[in-house]
Design a protein around this ligand. Sequence first.
Ligand code: NDP
Length: 445
Amino acid sequence: MSSYLHRSLETLTDRNPSQALFKQAVTEVFESLEPLLHEIPEIEANAILERISEPERQIMFRVTWVDDQGCIQVNRGYRVGFSSALGPYKGGMRFHPSVELDVIKFLAFEQIFKNSLTGLGIGGGKGGSDFDPKGKSDGEVMRFCQAFMSELYHFVGEDTDVPAGDIGVGAREIGYLAGQYKRLTKRFAHGVLTGKQVGLGGSLARKEATGYGAVYFAAEMLATRQDSLKGKHCVVSGSGNVAIYCARKIQELGGKVMAMSDSTGCVHDPAGIDLDIVTALKEVERARISEYSNRRHGSKFFEQQKVWNFPCEVAFPCATQNELALEDAKALLENGCQAVIEGANMPTTPEAIALLREKGTLFAPGKAANAGGVAVSALEMQQNAALQNWSFAQVDDRLKAIMANIHNDCVFYANKYRRTEDYVFGANVAGFLKVAEAVKSYGVF
Ligand code: NDP
């Protein structure tokens, strides 16, 4: 390891002693950059690693709201603006009890490179709260969102910071946040929030974008081995926004989704998952995945089990960070898995990635494979700015082209440094170089 890299990682640990996820995300990117550090001395001379791993701003605030029993509840809100080198901070908000500064920082850091890969002029940010929307009434979710935005609105804006959704934040929550923004500022939230419902200025295909994009990326990867998703058995973890539309596109391209999950366990369906049932359960009824087995003859629910133990050729982790560990990678390999495509952010542990790569499995990191969501968010911003509404097909075509470009960039840099099929390396280098150039060009700030 070069002394500059070593020093940078040591400083990072000293400065963020208890932030394991953030450190994991930074280490993975920085270690990839080693060959560049020798080749491009300006990286060290301009202190790029130090500047790129310290957020430009981190905002934490109290969110006070009243539940249906009339009791006052207190949560904590976060918004981290990590890098505005390429454009306004852009990244989702996560509402989940596990949210803390470490989680938001790792997500915001990943977002910098993901956004850079899209080529769309957006910086990296992320936010959220430890609020749990699960089991809350619509009224409670609305009051929480209003309280959250009552503080956040000071910091967001179309040229500064443009939040979107993530775990626990879908079109319903974005609608409530947009409503409060409008009430407080007397301005439409058009350019300030993305992931809006279409009737509120949202883009067609935004809901589908992350999942579809991951599958477009998978198709590009498989094509490099003269292969495709047609006839492939696939497993998809999660059953939220990313997972559902990932599964739908797999089926459209001729694959068969054998298993899906949520935080309570997974369902396996030998006839292939019926997505109409999953969509009704998750998008309409907000029910648990276990209910699937009551509605579909021949399927089975496995409590607290992951989808990785079922035979498949392609796996799509689409739920949460570090959900695919070393033992899961071993199970996938034993069951004949040939490709893993991350729909979620950092779902695969470093040990699992190392094993999969060693065994020749195609592996697509989330910052490349799940960039379709933020890419269409940027297209939503373009439509809002131009007062236009593009058709589903127009947006979907742009998404497909963006995913193909990201794939090509990854392959280009992997090949350039003789790291054939190393998509982690290719994505990190392609994402980093653009940001580093911008940071240097701005001078010291
Ligand atoms: P959703 O809230 O719509 O769905 C999340 C899914 O993951 C649910 O099925 C949930 O189950 C499951 N899940 C969450 N936490 C855990 C856990 N600790 N253990 C097991 N399962 C869990 O979120 P999204 O689909 O939007 O996001 C999924 C992933 O994709 C996240 O990593 C997110 O950062 C990433 N991502 C999302 C984008 C988007 O556009 N939405 C864009 C890019 C990345 P349960 O309901 O039981 O909690």
